[in-house]
Design a protein around this ligand. Structure first.
Ligand code: NAD
Length: 368
């Protein structure tokens, strides 16, 4: 395909990582960036994430073949309105990166219909607790879902062209209706986030009267609440733009909690057993076990003795694999599979890790 000019507005974690991913397969493309603050703008220039950068949103828009809005959701909608008044290239492709899609797609159709532009919503479904251009990572979207939400401004060629431009992300591309995207993500992402924060709030309040609460909180509690550390601004804007779907999940969950409470009151042990057994079975069937799901987590758990050279020797065995995280679960060995949890980027590396650790040590390795 011919050389293109890509304009990315918002050089944060997502915008910066998209830029790196595009450059990976298309080093000849010119990448122009906008960032409000000069901090991330300068980092983006220093790291070669963009070729040129500006602090004026309107400056590069007329030069672009593709415009990617990677700013907070409300700002994305404000920029769609601004783009409608600019003299853009004929047939320019405009897309975004927002975590919710229905309101963005509606804004695009409201402001851009009748203009000579193409628009498709995008949601690259990977992230981290880090932000800014400093955190941009070319591997961020590998194996993650990259969701397109088509609109009345999406042509037959829009998505194939974008897929080619974004091929260096190495994502799994999927098309889905914007409202359905928001319903599904309310269940698997937005509702769990508010549940995690609610659980943290409850435990912190409880700890005031029960001082051992903080000390006893271990593996299970940590896993349930990890995402409570996410950036509050982003999550507030997600809930503000997906209210009805999230409220629906809250109402549904209230009924489920009431049902379990009734079972406990009735001392119905076999029904409670069924409840837990069902949860266990459903989780095993879910895609998170097969492909890493949204967060691309491929974990192994290694039961290792408490010796200081152990981790070093395992790292030595894993030289060359795409290890993304390592965690030592020290506090509580009862409710976890092993003490050392290692996360890989893909299934191939996880399998390789298991094989080499089992071949070279007598440690028990579990894939959860
Ligand atoms: P970030 O904080 O790393 O970057 C946000 C960028 O937006 C920065 O460049 C910042 O300067 C700019 N910005 C913020 N407010 C602005 C304003 N009012 N006007 C102009 N620019 C402004 O955040 P991010 O994680 O890169 O998120 C960007 C978008 O990607 C959001 O819409 C978010 O919903 C979406 N997203 C985030 C994740 C994630 O996990 N972080 C995952 C998928 C999609």
């Amino acid at each position: 395909m011919s050389k293109k000019t890509i304009y990315i507005a918002g050089l944060g974690l997502i915008g910066g990582s998209l830029a790196l991913g595009i450059k990976r397969d298309h080093p000849d493309y010119e990448i122009l960036g906008y960032n409000r603050s000069d901090y991330s703008r300068n980092i983006a220039l220093e790291r070669g994430i963009v070729d040129r950068a500006t602090g004026d949103f309107k400056e590069f828009a007329p030069l672009a073949d593709v415009i990617i809005l990677a700013v907070p959701i409300k700002q994305t909608m404000a920029y769609l309105k601004e783009l409608a008044d600019l003299d853009l290239k004929d047939n320019v492709i405009i897309t975004d990166a927002g975590s919710t899609k229905r309101e963005i797609v509606e804004a695009a159709e409201r402001y851009l219909t009748g203009k000579n532009v193409q628009f498709v919503g995008s949601h690259p479904m990977a992230g981290s607790h880090k932000s800014g251009a400093i955190a941009a990572d070319v591997t961020l979207f590998e194996n993650a879902y990259y969701i397109f939400t088509p609109t009345s401004l999406t042509k037959e060629t829009t998505i194939p062209e974008l897929k080619d431009i974004l091929s260096g992300l190495k994502s799994r591309y999927v098309e889905i209706d914007a409202a359905e995207h928001d319903r599904v993500t309310s269940q698997i992402s937005h509702f769990p986030h508010l549940l995690a924060s609610g659980l943290m709030e409850q435990a912190a309040d409880y700890a005031q009267a029960h001082e051992m609460t903080n000390h006893f909180a271990a593996g299970g509690f940590r896993d349930m609440t990890r995402i409570a550390e996410s950036e509050p601004g982003m999550w507030a804007s997600i809930l503000m733009t997906n209210g009805p779907a999230v409220l629906d999940r809250i109402e549904d969950f209230k009924k489920r909690l009431d049902h379990v409470a009734d079972l406990i009151k009735a001392e119905d042990e076999s029904a409670i057993w069924e409840f837990f057994d069902n949860g266990r079975k459903k989780r095993k069937e879910m895609e998170i076990h097969k492909k890493g799901g949204v967060e691309s987590a491929f974990d192994i758990f290694v039961d290792v003795p408490d010796r200081e050279d152990v981790i070093l020797s395992i790292m030595e065995l894993l030289r060359g694999t795409s290890l993304v995280n390592i965690r030592i679960n020290e506090e509580n060995r009862e409710d976890i599979h092993g003490i050392l949890q290692i996360t890989f980027k893909n299934e191939k590396d996880r399998k390789h890790a298991r094989t080499v650790i089992e071949a070279n040590t007598d440690y028990h390795v579990v894939i959860a």
